[in-house]
Design a protein around this ligand. Structure first.
Ligand code: SF4
Length: 449
């Protein structure tokens, strides 16, 4: 009955929150529940750009429980388009979940996204276009094309998709330099994060998955992209990885990640806009990042509430502390400029069991307080939709994600506060607005305009 209730929820929320586009509601639901593919759809995906596992698994299922085809050809992203609602193109990161009520199948007209309805229910006011049987077609699906630069390996044989994968429909080069985190084990790892587990499972599956990428590998992969990406679709790069709490190769976190921007900017000055996704760091280290060539600083704060932050980010609480983390975000705004400090939060973990809020109202009040705090100072946070990945601490107590209504209200509240402070669209995210946005792990850019 999950699918039928999903159908009811979608229709009800689309009516209740008519100022939020249906595309953004559906995108949020696909991100929280994941999607499955029929065998015929997987065949059609074989020519598309495959999922690169650019940092976390972002799947609702472990690799070992997927078929060989799912592991190999599921696309990085899909675009929702057309269909009975005449959807505008909306890009969504793919989170595999064979048990999801959402399924991509292959029909004569191409790939379609359907919602499994069983047993059939009568058409509702907003009626999703019915296709007969117990499958509701929602929209058509476009796939990302396989980029030419993915077809040229590095001189050491590694694929570009390992060293410098692109996401956001080719807009962002995602450089996870260090695929592990020095916050390790249940006492230190963020309770929602699977970076260390994902590294182990990708290696176990035999995927080329470099633990620490060298500067020379990065520069070689970027040279291939620079040469083959003739339309210059790629506009930004992110340098990131797990936190460095002691030293890595003799360097602290800022020193380690600064050397990459320095090398990239020296070889390709101004070709891409550089972003550093790192911890809340002391001022001198933030300055080092800026001086090395990064233009955007992402010191992710994960969750606003003080008690929940301490419970879900025990390593960050112990090594830095929530108050100091916030102070460092504000210090970063002085160094980079407030509009160039974009801290991320993982939307939904404030409702996770056992530490989170029990109601959407409480969660929304807390998150709105955090948004108002930052936005009133010109800092525009962004958010990703929490994926309850298996083998994270939170997956033990959260079989299901927070309700879809939480995410729809978050889009509303986020946009309201953004407009209240008349903030500019965050730089480095491409165009905002329905049909134009490329950010694929939440709908915040789809609803801004
Ligand atoms: S700091 Fe937390 S969220 Fe970031 S990689 Fe480490 S465990 Fe994951």
């Amino acid at each position: 009955m999950q699918a039928a209730s999903t159908f009811n929820t979608l229709s009800t929320l689309a009516e209740r929150y008519s100022d939020i586009p249906r595309e953004a509601i559906l995108k949020s639901d696909l991100l929280r529940l994941g999607v499955s593919f029929s065998p015929e759809a997987l065949k059609a995906c074989a020519q598309a750009k495959p999922k690169s596992y650019f940092i976390f698994s972002f799947d609702r299922t472990e690799q070992k429980d997927l078929s060989p085809e799912e592991r190999r050809v599921v696309p990085e992203e899909i675009a929702l388009i057309g269909g009975p609602y005449d959807f505008k193109r909306t890009i969504v990161s793919v989170r595999i979940n064979p048990g999801s009520p959402y399924r991509i199948t292959h029909k004569e007209e191409g790939l379609i996204l359907s919602l499994r309805i069983s047993p059939p229910i009568p058409p509702l006011g907003l009626g999703v276009g019915r296709e007969g049987g117990d499958i509701e077609k929602i929209c058509d699906i476009l796939l990302p094309s396989f980029p030419e630069y993915y077809g040229t390996p590095l001189s050491n044989g590694k694929p570009v998709s390992d060293i410098a994968p692109t996401i956001e429909w080719g807009y962002l080069i995602y450089l996870t330099i260090f695929r592990l985190c020095q916050y390790f084990g249940a006492e230190e790892e963020c309770q929602f994060c699977d970076i260390n587990h994902n590294y182990r499972q990708q290696k176990a599956e035999g995927r080329p998955y470099t633990g620490i990428k060298s500067i020379s590998e990065i520069l070689e992969a970027l040279s291939i992209i620079h040469e083959k990406d003739r339309e210059k679709s790629s506009r930004t790069y992110t340098v990131t990885g797990g936190s460095i709490t002691t030293k890595l190769q003799g360097m602290n976190e800022a020193e380690f990640y600064a050397q990459y921007a320095r090398a990239i900017e020296e070889k390709f000055p101004g070709r891409w806009l550089g972003k550093a996704v790192v911890q809340g760091l002391p001022e001198s280290e933030i300055q080092l990042l800026k001086d090395s060539g990064y233009k955007i600083y992402h010191p992710n704060y994960e969750v606003w509430d003080k008690r929940i932050f301490a419970a879900l980010c025990p390593g960050k609480e112990r090594y830095v502390g929530r108050n100091e983390w916030i102070r460092r975000i504000l210090a970063g705004a002085k160094i980079f400029g407030p509009e160039r400090v974009i801290p991320n939060f993982v939307a939904g973990i404030e409702m996770s069991k056992p530490h989170g809020f029990g109601t959407i109202d409480e969660a929304m009040a807390s998150t709105a307080e955090g948004l108002d705090f930052f936005m009133s100072q010109g800092i525009c946070p962004r958010f990703t939709v929490w994926c309850v990945e298996p083998n994270t601490e939170l997956s033990r107590t959260n079989a299901e994600p927070p309700p879809l209504e939480y995410y729809v209200r978050l889009l509303q509240v986020y946009r309201e506060i953004f407009r209240k402070y008349k903030l500019p669209v965050p730089p480095g995210y491409g165009e905002a607005g329905l049909g134009k946005a490329v950010f694929s792990v939440s709908a915040f850019m789809d609803v801004l305009s």
